[in-house]
Write a new protein. Sequence first.
Length: 137
Amino acid sequence: MELSQLDKSSYLKGLLIVAKKDDTLTDFEKKFLKGIASKLGFASDFYESTIRSLLSNRYIPENPIKFSGKEIAESFITDGIKLALKDKIITDKELEWLRQTASENDLDEEWFANKLKKIKDSMSMFTSTEYALYSII
């Protein structure tokens, strides 16, 4: 599937928002975001600059993101949940923002709850290079 530049930008922006929601940025999150940014074709200097200022940047709009198709929205929500859960705790802010983004993309609450449970149940097998994004590009 060929992703538009807007979808690529929205995907990375959304994951940056998820990473920022708990006010910490772990090494795992940095590695996860770098892998996604690279796969989406963003330059490493852009990624490095963004990561350096992420937690202090109060000007990143945090509205739920609307993607051009359901498949990319599902992939994004999957990667967003993985990113949020990697530290074993998903905060209410992370969960609510992901839930709102799922709703914005017409993914119902049952789909979201099932996806969250499935990922929680399999997190011990998840590695930092397993991105849902890979299944659609």
